[in-house]
Write a protein that binds this ligand. Structure first.
Ligand code: NAD
Length: 321
């Protein structure tokens, strides 16, 4: 099986690549290395299991050429499309990044697939498509979907483009609405930010908002394995799954865990106030992972366990503050 992963040098993408190779796929990684790092997949490039194509998804002409197995020349079997701008907050100051790196990039992936005859796509969407959902835990059939961030808008627009390609060109699609994904190799997100802040000043930790924001956290290996599990065990034209845990963890609790793991127990936590970290931040989100669990996938980590495990991994990677 030949699998193409966009964003495969990124945080989630590189863990997905590890698991695809473990199950015997040959993998093509397409990444522009804007936030990904080649070192995350270097061992697979060296072993010949990964072919790396440095390519920007905004460049449609180049993208059209990478949809084929470089060895046999056949179209790849499936595209896992993960490349995107990962920073939700960026949309508060730069308003066209998510449009270009999310919506237009997804259009380019779909159009390149159509021209090459690639029939399957798995897409990393997000819980933020639900916006400030009135129902929690939020199931996949919740609606109407009114995202409140530009990033969320680009995820919902990408979902719509994908389902339109299914309806019009006979594609088969897996849409994954991720909770907050955390774990080793993390390069962004709340735990990463807290550890960096403590590196600058180990006596004080600034927390955006009042700390009562509460979300589901899923460990990155659980995320990667669950994507593969769902793709292998479902066969509808459109398969939409929440990927998350059955619980939540508050930002206040994350701050406490990070301080413990960084051995900065005496640091003072300073909350900037307000119910959310920034405009467009969803203060409370909890996905209903029932469909995933019914399909036989049980995450190894709860939200709090995932947060603690991540803090430990990142302290090892970044260093003790
Ligand atoms: P990441 O930044 O580590 O990975 C994104 C990868 O895409 C990077 O390797 C980057 O270099 C690459 N990339 C970005 N723009 C590109 C472009 N124009 N052309 C080619 N490559 C490009 O982020 P991540 O956390 O691993 O996120 C992976 C996917 O999962 C993203 O689509 C993200 O929106 C989605 N997601 C992540 C989370 C999370 O908590 N990490 C939650 C919900 C959804």
């Amino acid at each position: 099986m030949v699998t193409l992963v966009t964003g495969g040098a990124g945080f989630v993408g590189s863990h997905l690549v590890d698991h695809l190779i473990k199950k015997g796929d040959r993998v093509i990684v397409v990444d522009n290395l804007s936030s990904g790092e080649i070192k995350f997949i270097q061992k697979w490039i060296d072993s010949g299991d990964v072919i790396f194509q440095q390519c920007d998804l905004k460049d449609l002409e180049t993208l059209k050429c990478v949809m084929y197995d470089p060895i046999g020349g056949e179209p790849v079997d499936i595209v896992y499309h993960l490349a995107a701008n990962p920073d939700i907050r960026l949309g508060t100051t730069i308003t066209d990044t998510d449009l270009k790196e999310g919506t237009i990039a997804t259009y380019n992936v779909l159009e390149s697939m159509r021209l090459a005859g690639v029939k399957k796509i798995a897409f990393s969407s997000s819980s933020v498509v639900y916006g400030e959902a009135k129902k929690m835990p939020t199931p996949e059939n919740y609606g109407p979907l009114f995202p409140i961030s530009l990033y969320g808008a680009s995820k919902l627009a990408s979902e719509a483009l994908i389902t339109s390609w299914v309806g019009t060109f006979g594609l088969q699609a897996w849409i994954f609405r991720f909770a907050n994904i955390v774990g080793a190799r993390g390069t962004h997100g709340v735990i990463f930010d807290f550890i960096h802040k403590l590196h600058n000043n180990r006596n004080q930790l600034e927390v955006l908002g009042n700390g009562l924001q509460e979300k589901s956290y899923m460990e990155v290996e659980d995320c990667a394995m669950s994507m593969i599990h769902v793709v292998e065990n479902t066969n509808e034209q459109i398969n939409c799954f929440n990927l998350g845990t059955n619980d939540t963890c508050s930002v206040r609790r994350i701050a406490e865990i990070v301080l413990e793991e960084c051995k900065c127990g005496d640091a003072e936590i300073q909350y900037t106030g307000g119910d959310r970290g920034w405009a467009g931040d969803v203060p409370k989100s909890m996905l209903n992972p029932g469909r995933l669990i019914e399909l036989g996938f049980e995450p190894n980590y709860t939200s709090e366990e995932a947060v603690r495990h991540t803090a430990r991994c990142l302290v090892q990677e970044i260093g003790q503050p």
